[in-house]
Design a protein around this ligand. Structure first.
Ligand code: AR6
Length: 175
């Protein structure tokens, strides 16, 4: 299953590179100091420009589990929402991933955004099991779309590998 409708919105799964997503905001798998290292963060900085990191760092540090929004530089998306899935010790957990997923959705609502794209937060440098992350993130997004005040109509998950896409598909079917 690649798509599920919830309330007035939908959750969509696809394989690909999140930096190419043409949505109102893509979510960066960040640390709480907002310096952009490897993985998703590195790709965003490389393709979107250094100014994204400079703006993010000027808004930090933030609490682990929180999120902030910046411009998206040269990327097709309008904004980047930096979700702090870990501290500088690079340690994370399913609870932290859930918290920063919720925080990202709240930041999107505060900015009246209609569409957002998430990567599988915490599954690269963070080393978390993708199945666990898939259930936590999808549950948080489905619950959010059920709230009547939500202006988001499209939540994408952009997974880098076929195996990660399959894990998200399985989790979406189980919900
Ligand atoms: N598009 C979609 N998914 C991607 C992309 C991409 N372009 N690149 C990698 N992934 P990670 P984390 C996948 O490490 O574990 C940085 O140093 C990747 O295969 O980006 O939360 C930051 O600055 C993996 O499945 O995030 C933080 O300090 C998933 O995205 C720290 O890493 C997340 O991998 C965050 O670590």
């Amino acid at each position: 299953m690649n798509e599920k409708r919830v309330g007035r919105g939908c959750v969509v799964l696809r394989q690909g590179d999140i930096t190419e997503s043409d949505v109102d905001a893509i979510v960066n798998a960040a640390n709480n100091h907002l310096r952009m290292g490897a993985g998703v963060a590195g790709a965003i900085k490389r393709k979107g420009g250094q100014a994204i990191e400079a703006e993010a760092v000027s808004k930090g540090p933030i609490r682990v589990g929180d999120a902030v929004i910046t411009d998206a530089g040269e990327l097709p998306a309008r904004h980047v929402i930096h979700a702090a899935g870990m501290g500088t010790d690079l340690k994370t957990s399913p609870e932290i991933v859930e918290a920063c997923t919720r925080a990202s959705l709240e930041v999107a609502e505060e900015n009246s955004l209609g569409s957002i794209a998430f990567p599988a937060i915490g599954t690269g440098v963070g080393g978390l099991d993708v199945k666990l992350v898939a259930s936590r993130m999808l549950e948080a997004c489905m619950a959010h779309l059920q709230t009547s005040a939500s202006k988001l109509t499209r939540i994408e998950f952009v997974l880098f590998s076929d195996a990660d896409l399959a894990a998200f598909q399985e989790a979406l079917e189980a919900l």
